[in-house]
Design a protein around this ligand. Structure first.
Ligand SMILES: C=C(O[C@@H]1C=C(C(=O)O)C=C[C@H]1O)C(=O)O
Length: 188
């Protein structure tokens, strides 16, 4: 039983750095605004909101946000579009307390990039990034690939690299998870 528990915890563990991420490595470890980097990389950039709703946290988010697992939070999911292709899926978790506090406008961002808000305020602190190869059984893999091509002949990737960190302002936290989609590295 102990071995199974350890295996499960390994599966859930996020890494301190990406391993063998090859051409994605520089994107994954970039501490700056991903929005800005995408805007420089693509001639056309847009944020496509997918869903903004109250929902329960994913199991492996509960501990990091110090939230009880019955707690709900505002979940913002968007696709970042580069030259009309979905290149990144972002899943941001805003606890209710944070919405009442410093992040009170984040529920109404619409298609404005969250990064513009987060990186505009020098008082915002960010934790170190952590990384994970999401496999098809992870709920964020499923949410991210829902928006890839519906063409049944196009195989879904065996895994997707994701990274996450927490942004804090006056003790109000927001967790941002970014899932890197296959089209990001298809050079135009
Ligand atoms: C945190 C950033 O904001 C980006 C934009 C997001 C959004 O608009 O919801 C979410 C995550 C990021 O990919 C960033 O630009 O680095």
């Amino acid at each position: 039983m102990k071995i199974q528990r350890n295996l499960a915890s390994t599966r859930q563990r996020w890494l301190k750095k990406p391993i063998q991420a090859n051409r994605l490595q520089l994107w994954l470890i970039d501490n700056g605004s991903l929005t800005s980097r995408l805007q420089q990389h693509f001639s056309k950039f847009a944020v496509k909101p997918i869903s903004v709703k109250y929902a329960k946290l994913i199991q492996d988010e509960v501990a990091l946000l110090h939230q009880p697992n019955y707690q709900i939070a505002l979940i913002r999911e968007v696709l970042l579009m580069g030259d009309d292709q979905a290149v990144l899926f972002a899943h941001s978790v805003i606890p209710r307390a944070s919405l009442r506090g410093a992040w009170n406008r984040l529920g109404r961002l619409g298609n404005k990039p969250l990064g513009a808000t987060l990186f505009a305020n020098p008082k915002v602190k960010r934790t170190a990034l952590s990384y994970k190869k999401l496999t098809p059984n992870h709920v964020l893999y499923q949410h991210a690939t829902r928006h890839l091509t519906q063409n049944p002949d196009v195989r879904k990737p065996p895994y997707l690299w994701a990274r996450r960190s927490i942004f804090s302002l006056n003790c109000a936290n927001i967790m941002v998870t970014e899932v890197f989609l296959p089209d990001l590295l298809i050079e135009g």
